[in-house]
Design a protein around this ligand. Sequence first.
Ligand code: GLN
Length: 200
Amino acid sequence: MAGKPPVIGVLALQGDVREHEQVLDALDVAHRQVRLAGDLDGLDGLIIPGGESSVIDKLSRIFDSRDAVVSAIRGGMPVLGTCAGLILLADTLVGAIDGQQTFGGLPVTVERNAFGGQVESFETVIDMPTIGGEPVAAAFIRAPIIRDAGGADVLATLPNGDVVGVRFGNCVGISFHPEVIGETRVHRWWLDAVVTPAQR
Ligand code: GLN
């Protein structure tokens, strides 16, 4: 396989951009920040970080990058959204603030702040059969739950059955943050299973 090394964009409007960059550095993968529409040119994949989905949504409109992000996703660009990033990929949202929009891409229903407030944040490990090996380290911070996975493939569930990770084609969304606790295997899997095949 003579594919050229991928270049990954990290949507850098708000949220834990740095932590995703650190994971990509640890995996030796080239990356750049995306704020404006033109920043998407030539990228092989896009990461939408955790943070505050309503703020990222608003800033994407202020920076005029929203339409370009939506078209890139619709056009098949591989995307990985964590927490707020999952919320922004959901086609249907429960608990949105007034006027809050998503980019869409995942035909699922996601409930924001589904565990409660900041004090309900926690760290755990989750079996992700698609990734295999040891359970994945996961931080849940004011995290969403996927209430209806629709036609998407389920990648991760909590012991009580709540769905916290899905894939639909080029889009992967997870409720939690592997990136804030140095877990690199979710990104590695996304690069190998979603980004590399799309490059061919
Ligand atoms: N609760 C946040 C939101 O609605 C997401 C939290 C997170 O990304 N850690 O955007």
